[in-house]
Ligand binder design. Structure first.
Ligand SMILES: [Cu+2]
Length: 218
């Protein structure tokens, strides 16, 4: 009898403890959830929120042109197979976009012009189409792309001219006063010329297209 009583109170004490712990967990749960709600970064459901613009990214090592490659060379002498190319175009809440291009394994100590172009990379450099312009030059045509400095400039386009170090590595950055929304660029093209021209009638030109990196929405 005594043993049974002891056993009962023993069990009762355990149940009290368990109920107290469970009760505490249940009571604290909404606090925990609210805490998570406040501190968790807001998930970006879409890459084209009107306030932040579209985030674009591309990365790869240069290959010969082929339909599955995201990074290709059209001139392996100037842009060797295996060179690494990475780019990000990051929208900011102030309405600007920060662009960054990093290369590794190009020719050492050399300038390379580079720009954001309209279309994805393809079998030839021409597949990438003209430069992306925020305000499009009304005089430009597919046969005669914009060379008017009023439109072909590094504030209305994204220019990422590089200068490699002894190892053939380089990073270039550009911040432009616009974000992408319904019209989104497709690639970054690296050109043969060591820098982009700026004079009227030549603005934006930089010689042959020697490599291309396809950009995708993040
Ligand atoms: Cu270009």
């Amino acid at each position: 009898m005594r043993g049974l009583t002891l056993g009962n109170s023993y069990h009762t004490a355990w149940w009290r403890l368990i109920l107290t712990v469970v009760g505490a967990i249940v009571a604290l749960m909404p606090v925990g959830c609210a805490y998570h709600g406040v501190t968790m970064p807001t998930p970006s459901a879409s890459s084209e929120s009107p306030t932040s613009g579209v985030f674009l990214f591309g990365s790869g090592t240069l290959t010969a042109p082929n339909p599955t490659s995201k990074a290709m060379t059209y001139n392996p002498e100037l842009a060797p197979v295996g060179a690494a190319v990475t780019a990000a175009l990051i929208p900011s809440s102030d309405g600007s976009t920060r662009a960054e291009l990093t290369v590794s394994g190009l020719l050492p100590n050399r300038g390379y012009a580079a720009h954001v172009h309209m279309k994805a990379c393809g079998a030839t450099g021409e597949a990438a189409g003209p430069h992306y312009q925020n305000r499009m030059d009304p005089a430009a045509t597919p046969q005669a792309p914009s060379t008017n400095p009023e439109y072909a400039n590094p504030r209305n386009e994204i220019w990422l001219d590089l200068h490699t170090d002894d190892a053939g590595d380089s990073t270039s950055r550009s911040t432009v006063p616009f974000v992408f929304s319904d019209r989104v660029p497709g690639s970054i093209v690296i050109h043969e010329a060591m820098q982009t021209e700026t004079a009227p009638g030549h603005a934006g030109q930089a010689g042959a297209r020697i490599a291309c990196l396809t950009l995708s929405r993040r």
